[in-house]
Structure formats: structure tokens, C-alpha cells
Design a protein around this ligand. Structure first.
Ligand SMILES: Nc1ncnc2c1ncn2[C@@H]1O[C@H](COP(=O)(O)OP(=O)(O)OP(=O)(O)O)[C@@H](O)[C@H]1O
Length: 306
């Protein structure tokens, strides 16, 4: 288990990280999510040794490591959202510079091929698009074969095909035992590949759980209920007033009911039956990470850590 706990940091008079905690298992992809300005890049800069911090603890396989020593003690690769290169040099030359050992030509070429940059690797970086620089940035993060990868929005500048390639690559890396923290605003991508998710808001971790638990337990559940006669809307409004349900949508004999939390469906069904309706079918609608994110980071959010 790798833990980074109680990370805090201020810029001038503003405390931008108040209490960030990340607990991840070896060999998993951890989705580090938050709105613009929540503190993701600042946290990633601290973990990769690029930024100072006020307080924080790192426990790495039972060892206590000072945060500023993480890059010295743990082989890590960091991909910044907008990687910086020597523009007058080629992609091949830039990547070779990142290698901590004397670079082997074939290894560098293979890596450039893996990130889809083989064809352009002898062109100067000044001619690269943002997406090409992002691909090269991914190669730089991987060039020293690190165990731990920190990827800050690795697909933000990529076209759909490029995004798919990089997500497949990240999944492969996890399957080869790498531990990966990844930030992204593309929540469908996070839902597709992350094993665990941490959501931060205003510099604090507000939710952390496995993807499976998140999708099952952390949201107002929605049920589709089919009845023999359509449900009287007044009855549903009375359930909203009694705080049994949060919302509903009626479409003939099928109603979509949003509960207040993840419990209470039996109460709803009892009320319907007590009012003379026959229940024909009850289906739970699968929720998405995007819905959880919006519900948890919205203005009315109760900011409690799970
Ligand atoms: N060098 C800096 N000086 C002062 N404030 C900064 C600096 N860098 C970041 N901040 C502030 O710290 C807060 C967190 O910024 P950060 O870039 O970490 O957020 P983020 O979650 O990565 O946002 P985004 O999703 O937009 O990339 C913001 O309020 C930002 O304005």
C-alpha cells in the first residue's frame, strides 16, 4: 500500500492544499479527480519533487519517506500536462536526454514507436503539435522504466485515436505491475481504466474509494419502476417532501425515481403497493463516474471523506 497523507501547501497567503490524502495499492491506476483549480497539479508537482510543501507524510510499502525524497527513493516518471522540451532538438534527442543511463538507440526508438512518435522523431520539437508533445512527454515519463508513474492529464491534447492509444498503454503498464496516478477531466476515460478514485475539492480529499464501490454505493441511486397504472405525481411529490426520494420522471407506466441515497427503494415500493399499484418491474439504472463527480463536487455537496 502506498499512502500520501495530509499534504498541505500555501502560495503566498493562500492555502491551496489543505488536506490531500491518496491511498493506493501497488499495481493499480488511481484516478485523481477534481475541478479546475482544485489542486491536482500542485499535488503531483509535490509528489514528483518539483514543488515544496508545508506538511505531508508518505508511507511506501511500510517505509516512511519524506515527501521531498520521493523521487530519490522511488523510481518515478512524471508526465506534466504541458511537457517542456528543448525546441531546437528533435524528439529523439530530447527523449535521449531524459534517459538516466547512456541511451540505447533501439530502446529509444521502440519507446517512440510505443507512443506513436516514430515517424516524427527526427523532426525538431518546435514543429510538434500539443498532442505530439504530449505523446513525447509520455515517452519521457517511461524512458527510465519507473515503478511509479504520475500522469497529469495525459490525454488532454490528443485526438480520439491518440487518447485510445494512450489509455491502452496506461492499462498495459498497470498490467505489467506499474503503479499509476492519473489526473483527467475526461471522466469516461477514468471510469474505463481506473481501479481506484480520489476526488478533491478546494484542496481537500472529499472522497476516495475503489471504482466498483464508488459506482455502487456513493450516489443517489436511480430506479426504473414499471407499474400497472401510472404513478400519481402527487404521491411522488409527497415522497420528495418526506425526503424519501430526491427526484422523479414519469413516462406513462414507467417512472424513473432518484432516491435520496443508496437505500430506500423498499420504502418506495411499499408506498406504491399501499396505494393500490402493482409493481411489474424494478431495474436499477447504472450510474456513471461523471454523475458521482458532479454530485460530490457541486455547490450543495456534503464534503465528507468516505
Ligand atoms: N505558482 C502559483 N502561484 C500561486 N498560486 C498557484 C500557483 N500554482 C497554482 N496556484 C493555485 O493553486 C490552486 C491549485 O492549482 P492547480 O493547478 O494545482 O489545480 P488543478 O486541480 O491542477 O487545476 P486544473 O484542473 O485547472 O489543471 C489554484 O487556486 C491555483 O490558482
Amino acid at each position: 500500500m502506498y499512502s500520501f497523507c495530509n499534504i498541505s501547501k500555501h502560495f503566498k497567503n493562500e492555502k491551496v492544499l489543505k488536506d490531500i490524502s491518496i491511498n493506493m495499492n501497488e499495481g493499480e491506476i488511481y484516478g485523481f479527480l477534481g475541478c479546475n483549480g482544485a489542486g491536482k497539479t500542485t499535488t503531483m508537482n509535490i509528489l514528483s519533487g518539483l514543488a515544496s510543501y508545508d506538511s505531508g507524510i508518505c508511507l511506501w510499502n511500510g517505509r516512511n519517506i519524506e515527501l521531498e525524497r520521493i523521487p530519490l527513493e522511488i523510481p518515478l516518471g512524471y508526465m506534466m500536462e504541458e511537457p517542456i522540451f528543448y525546441n531546437w532538438m528533435t524528439g529523439f534527442e530530447n527523449l535521449s536526454l531524459y534517459s538516466s543511463k547512456p541511451p540505447e538507440k533501439n530502446t529509444i526508438l521502440r519507446l517512440l514507436d510505443t507512443v506513436g512518435m516514430l515517424k516524427s522523431c527526427n523532426k525538431r520539437v518546435s514543429s510538434y503539435s500539443r498532442g505530439m508533445k504530449q505523446r513525447l512527454g509520455m515517452a519521457c515519463a517511461l524512458v527510465n522504466n519507473p515503478d511509479f508513474l504520475i500522469l497529469d492529464e495525459p490525454t488532454s491534447a490528443l485526438d480520439p485515436e491518440g487518447r485510445k492509444d494512450i489509455l491502452n498503454l496506461v492499462s498495459d503498464l498497470r498490467d505489467r505491475g506499474k503503479s499509476i496516478i492519473l489526473s483527467t477531466h475526461i471522466l469516461n476515460d477514468a471510469e474505463a481504466i481506473c481501479d481506484k478514485v480520489g476526488i478533491i475539492r478546494n484542496g481537500k480529499t472529499i472522497l476516495e474509494d475503489s471504482m466498483e464501490n464508488l459506482l455502487d454505493n456513493h450516489l443517489s441511486q436511480i430506479y426504473s419502476i414499471e407499474t400497472d397504472i401510472s404513478i400519481d405525481e402527487n404521491l411522488l411529490y409527497s415522497l420528495i417532501r418526506k425526503k424519501v426520494i430526491k427526484d422523479f420522471r414519469n413516462e406513462g407506466s414507467v417512472s424513473s425515481i432518484t432516491l435520496k441515497g443508496n437505500k430506500g427503494i423498499n420504502d418506495v415500493l411499499s408506498v406504491l403497493m399501499d396505494n393500490g399499484m402493482r409493481i411489474l418491474e424494478v431495474k436499477r439504472i447504472k450510474q456513471s463516474l461523471e454523475n458521482i463527480f458532479i454530485e460530490r463536487t457541486g455547490d450543495n455537496d456534503e464534503t465528507s471523506v468516505a
